[in-house]
Design a protein around this ligand. Structure first.
Ligand SMILES: [Zn+2]
Length: 452
């Protein structure tokens, strides 16, 4: 992409962690996006005579009225051609509950690694391929597993297969430094890389999630509410990706999962007390997203991500996280640094002079970022901007920015994508005496708790 005067870029980068990937629907925030079109068009309009006129001259110097007109037309053509991309199907936010509910789930522990070290203390079963019978081994196993052109190599012994399964009747399998119950699948992928997947009982999985997603000392009703949303989310993903090698990863992209070494009594108890309970909406499962703090209002999912609208994910006003640890954040970053980050993402324009957040959703979150350079303007998805700056630094899209002397000062509210369950708000509600059912119905209005 060249740094030319008429450059208007809309990001098509893959999304980062903790959210669905792909291009968001540009039709959902229609009114806000329309405003953006008008703003950019006006900024470059040869007929602009108001206060914006001086900005237009600065942005597009030394151009004739005709050239500017051509550029404006080009920009409008680019912008109005965007809805064509919206034809990409939106990700589902509603799945029917099957008659046979899967009780085990598949979590990727390692993706595209050249090797993995495995240790099993007690007896185990090994299955060399999909069709082979399982072989019982009574001795402990200490192995380095590699992908080879001809198959999978375990401690220099070659197995002509692309899929190996190790199962323990009890105890655990150590993979790297962590331990996992039940079953590990090692799958050979292209380029002699390995995929390592833990297939595990859903309830056991949740006991390895909760201690890493929340503080085990938080109140019991909060922990129960989180157990339900973590279970609902995992089951939704399992149904959504039932034909794939795995449904979840072990990071915040899905839910953080550490295996059996991390279990805690309080979180185990919350999982046991809510065993089999999931949230439904209109009798169907939905992805029960969660985040650290919403900063005053949770977001409507389909205004932030390319997902189907669902009333249960429409967002609510939440003042319960007000004043908590992640209520407000700030960040200062030189424009030069932001320009470098944009270069790394293949936006090579130079002399960044200003940043604007725009096309805000109902919760106040920006959905677009306009970057003004000396000779060009770049428009990207706000969600991508946040990912590129860093989720831990740029904590939320409910943010504003001022630029002075080459320094961008960001101030924002909340931490996370803002969709669904607000952890710090839910914590405050539990401490104020609400039970887990009340907390869940607050963040997911119209939802119903079902036990299977
Ligand atoms: Zn909140």
């Amino acid at each position: 992409m060249s740094d030319k005067e008429s450059e208007i870029a809309l990001s098509d980068q893959p999304s980062g962690t903790g959210r669905p990937s792909g291009r968001p629907s540009l039709e959902q925030p229609a009114s806000a996006f329309g405003l953006l079109v008008m703003k950019v068009a006006f900024l470059c309009s040869p007929f602009g005579t108001s206060l914006r006129g001086s900005e237009a001259t600065e942005a597009i110097p030394n151009l004739s009225r005709v050239s500017k007109s051509v550029i404006s037309t080009f920009i409008l053509l680019v912008l109005f051609s965007i809805p064509a991309f919206a034809e990409k199907p939106l990700l589902s936010t509603s799945l029917p509950i099957p008659s046979e509910i899967p009780h085990s789930i598949k979590v990727a522990l390692m993706v595209d690694v050249p090797s993995v070290s495995i240790y099993i203390e007690g007896p185990y079963m090994v299955k060399i391929s999909e069709t082979a019978a399982s072989v019982f081994e009574s001795k402990p196993l200490q192995a380095t597993v590699l992908a080879d052109e001809q198959g999978i190599k375990m401690n220099d012994q070659l197995y002509p297969t692309d899929r190996m399964t190790l199962t323990v009747p009890s105890g655990s399998i150590q993979v790297g430094r962590k331990r996992y119950a039940r079953q590990i699948q090692i799958i050979k992928k292209s380029g002699n890389k390995l995929l390592v997947v833990n297939q595990i009982d859903l309830e056991e999985y949740l006991k390895g999630v909760l201690p890493l997603e929340v503080h085990p000392d938080w109140s019991a009703e909060f922990l129960k509410a989180h157990a339900v949303i973590s279970r609902t989310f995992a089951l939704f993903k399992t149904l959504e990706k039932k034909d794939l090698d795995y449904a979840l990863v072990d990071t915040a992209q899905s839910q953080v999962y550490g295996g059996s070494l991390f279990h805690k009594e309080s979180t185990d108890h919350a999982v046991d007390l809510t065993r089999g309970e999931v949230l439904t909406s209109d009798g169907k499962l939905f992805p029960s997203y969660f985040h650290a703090a919403c900063g005053g209002r949770t977001a409507q999912a389909d205004q932030i991500w390319p997902v189907e609208p669902n009333p249960v994910l429409k967002g609510v006003v939440c003042n319960f996280c007000k004043g908590t640890k992640y209520w407000r954040w700030s960040l200062k970053m030189p424009l030069q640094k932001i320009e470098e980050i944009m270069h790394e993402k293949d936006y090579p324009a130079k002399n960044l002079s200003n940043i604007q957040f725009t096309a805000r959703d109902r919760s106040g979150r920006a959905t677009r970022v306009i970057l003004k350079y000396k000779l060009s303007i770049v428009v990207i998805r706000a969600d991508d901007f946040r990912a590129w700056i860093g989720y831990d630094l740029f904590k939320s899209l409910k943010a504003g920015v001022t630029v002075e002397n080459g320094l961008a000062s960001f101030v924002g509210y909340g931490w996370g994508h803002g969709i669904g369950f607000c952890q710090w708000g839910a914590k405050a509600q539990a401490e104020a005496g609400k039970n887990y059912r009340e907390i869940l119905s607050f963040y997911f209005p119209g939802s119903e708790l079902k036990k299977f």
